[in-house]
Unconditional design. Sequence first.
Length: 283
Amino acid sequence: MGRLVSLTEAAGVIGDGDHLSLTGFAITRNSVALVHELVRARRRGLTVSQVIGGMETDLLVAGGCVDRLIYSGGSLDRFGSLNAVNAAALTGRLHLTEYSSLALLLRFHAGALGLPFAVTTSMLGSDLLPPLIDGGDVRTGTDPFTGQPVLFLATLRPDVAVVHADVADADGNCIVSGPTWSIRDTAFAARRVIVVAEALAETGSLPPDAVVVPAAIVDTVSIVPHAAHPTAVYGRYNFDREHLEFYMASTRRGEAGYADYLDRFVYGTADHAGYLELVRSAA
């Protein structure tokens, strides 16, 4: 049926060393189920880009999957910081490249439009700027119309982007309700797109004006209810406060805490259904 595959098959699209873009935001719409698959598969050497990092990002770093993170910050909102990300960055195991949210979104937007670069005044005068210039993806310049200083941002074209959708059809057309943030630009910028949806719609039944990511750019679709747990999905379910508090308590213990959490909830479960059952039994 169209592009429908299992979650394990979808995770197989992402290889060691790939540039993966995630589209969750803090504790909302994180692709937790797919990230669990990548951690179980012990994927290595990933570059991850994400405008605002969340639990999915922290889990990948805790699992040793990520070498480089391109982002503009992130957190688990009221529950605390991305402890695995911060610890890995401080020890040098993770290379961080930090942008303003607007600047990073503009890099995706340029990729979505097929442009070689984007132009902005965001970050002028910021301490973020010197290392970005040294890295080669940002250059200073002059607006040819006003003579004012501007920045040129190289386009960002990830190998794979992951979109967590409310509903999708078998071809990959999908609806994302609530705030969509960088989701559409990130998907259009990517060379391949994985959609993980809460529910399956009949092909042709989705209102065209409601489709956020169209089938034309989607490679695989997996239907996985509660795939964002313990983060929230607008209009479907709230975040799981108890589990997020447990995760934060675990990560505050450092590497031993990450290992215990992953052993229990990721490596210790065969799939997302098993994870959800474990969460229910542990509540």
